[in-house]
Design a binder for this molecule. Sequence first.
Ligand SMILES: Nc1ncnc2c1ncn2[C@@H]1O[C@H](COP(=O)(O)OP(=O)(O)OP(=O)(O)O)[C@@H](O)[C@H]1O
Ligand SMILES: O=P(O)(O)OC[C@@]1(O)O[C@H](CO)[C@@H](O)[C@@H]1O
Length: 304
Amino acid sequence: MIYSVTLNPSIDYVIGLPHLELGAVNRLTRAVKLPGGKGINVSRILTELHVPSTAWGFVGGSSGQFIETALTHTGLTTAFTPIAADSRINVKLKAESETELNAPGPAITAAEVAAFKANFDQLQPGDVVVMAGSIPASLPEGFYRDLIPLIQAHDAEFVIDTTGEALLATLPAHPLVVKPNHHELAALFGDAEYPDLAATVAAGRKLLTLGAQHVLVSMAGAGALMITATQAWHGTVTPGHVKNSVGAGDSMLAGFTGTFAQTHDALASFKQAIACGSATAFCTDLADRATIDAVAATITITEL
Ligand SMILES: Nc1ncnc2c1ncn2[C@@H]1O[C@H](COP(=O)(O)OP(=O)(O)OP(=O)(O)O)[C@@H](O)[C@H]1O
Ligand SMILES: O=P(O)(O)OC[C@@]1(O)O[C@H](CO)[C@@H](O)[C@@H]1O
């Protein structure tokens, strides 16, 4: 079983208008509410792929109720920990360009944390826990790192999508896959942007040396890399009409994790990762199965 962890779920309030004028009254031409949060997005894509998963995390208030109900309607299994405070609302503004306004998240009490951690008692060998997204300000910075022993005590694996020191701190525990984007990768090593794929591969390979089992580097419209100790592949898709980049990275992680959990075939998992990431970029919400399959048929993989 795959479990996603979203410590800080959100309602994603997606609003659109042709032109934003700061300091003026703007009339929206589009306004929709979606259940959001990186782990939740991973679970939503897994559902599209018919890979069972359960979404864990903290939800509270009427916003939390909306998130839970909306996810249940998608067929996703949730086992959220209820909290007294309200889940956050993040604004995704689509005008001339995309702007995201992400809230800090609710206060979470020690009793709520204890109830959440009790979930980990049910893990079985071979299960995978995907931890993704920000940590609410009321929880310690090292919260993800502290969950790893709870996972490994059951011989389960973990996947982590975080950045900077928080990511580096988890590598000695051998995450199944890490997926920085190329900007995050450069920042991780205090480098300027990498000039070419060879330099990006060399930096990605350092993450393997530090302990990651698989390394993907996403590069938005330029596709993605998968890097092993001796090989590297660059994957791209036929360009399409980009409608939404929110959740492309989460979709990618879902594609890799879901396929790897079923096949243990890293290259097939990489292809599905690219298909899911790009399909989300080509959809108005997260990708649907038909778009994922259509995009998968256009993938080109080049061994570097
Ligand atoms: N414009 C695009 N055209 C085609 N594919 C895209 C595009 N943007 C993203 N993708 C696909 O999605 C993958 C992940 O995108 P990206 O590199 O933006 O991840 P990210 O920075 O983690 O995204 P986010 O945080 O917005 O979810 C890319 O590697 C690519 O396969
Ligand atoms: O504030 P965080 O937790 O870093 O990111 C949250 C978020 O931006 O990530 C998802 C897209 O990746 C959205 O659904 C959600 O609003």
